[in-house]
Unconditional design. Structure first.
Length: 283
């Protein structure tokens, strides 16, 4: 891949996705009481017989490559597993490229559901529906592999550092709770820009979603490493599929996610595509 493409992909990491301010525990998605009425392959979708899925710029570990239809990557594979639960074959799934703003805004959606690392928050639940959560995530700390903080093992080891975060999002909220005034938090529009700042020695660390941090350090910025995760600060961050507010599909999609959790499929997908289980929390 040419350097310009690598930087372009890196700069789009976490563009307002998977991270947001939160005023409390994330919601668990709507009730699935109506799931028994879900007729396989015949839901009231935008296009009869087709499940249209919204997503934005693909990047690892959520999507591998530029084509979400591959089924490669955690969310791509999950979409097809959910589609199968709902009675749709691989070829019955259509993908719609959208912006993150389209996903979380109260406007009419050009998709039946969206899969783009969207955190469930009380604020967003006023504008859109969420499925049952499919992932509980944490915030990871990334440093230069050969930098002064490469051996840091505690929050105290980073005191006094300049740390990049994504402005007005979860990385900022959790970092503030972890360090208070003991570090200098430097806000960036997205984590890709923060990672470029780390590579240019403008900051000494970056806080971002830990699963994306693992991909960033192994795929996009191989000279960096994840040294640990931050305490959650009482905020449980969960990701869910996004649907129109009061969508007739919400209960059915939630039931599909719940079924995949119960039969172990979700755990298998997490193990296959996500690599954060062994990363310790910084104390």
């Amino acid at each position: 891949m040419r350097l310009t493409r690598v930087l372009a992909a890196a700069s789009l990491l976490l563009v307002a996705t998977a991270c947001s301010t939160s005023d409390g525990d994330a919601g668990g998605g709507p009730s699935t009481d109506g799931a028994a009425t879900c007729e396989p392959g015949a839901l009231p979708t935008l296009t009869d017989g087709t499940l249209t899925v919204g997503t934005s710029v693909p990047y690892e570990p959520w999507y591998v490559g530029e084509d979400p239809t591959s089924g490669e990557g955690f969310e791509s594979a999950l979409v097809y597993a959910v589609a199968a639960e709902l009675g749709y074959e691989h070829d019955d799934v259509a993908w719609e490229q959208v912006t993150f703003e389209q996903i979380v805004s109260p406007s009419e959606k050009p998709f039946d559901l969206a899969a783009y690392q969207t955190s469930i928050t009380p604020e967003r639940e006023q504008a859109v529906d969420f499925s049952s959560p499919y992932l509980t995530t944490r915030q990871g700390v990334v440093v230069a592999g050969d930098g002064d903080l490469a051996d840091a093992a505690s929050l105290a080891d980073l005191e006094g550092a300049r740390i990049g975060v994504t402005a007005s999002q979860t990385s900022l909220t959790v970092a503030e709770a972890a360090w208070g005034d003991a570090v200098e938090l430097v806000p960036y529009d997205d984590a890709g820009l923060a990672m470029q700042a780390l590579s240019n020695d403008q900051v000494q660390a970056v806080v971002m979603d830990v699963d994306q941090a693992v991909a960033a350090t192994t795929v996009y910025f191989p000279g960096t490493q994840v040294i640990g995760t931050l305490p959650d600060g009482g905020v449980v961050e969960q990701l869910g599929f996004v649907l129109d507010l009061d969508s007739p599909l919400t209960d059915c999609v939630s039931a599909a996610v719940d079924a995949l959790e119960q039969d172990g499929t979700l755990a298998e997908l997490r193990t296959e595509w996500l690599r954060s289980d062994d990363i310790p929390e910084l104390g």
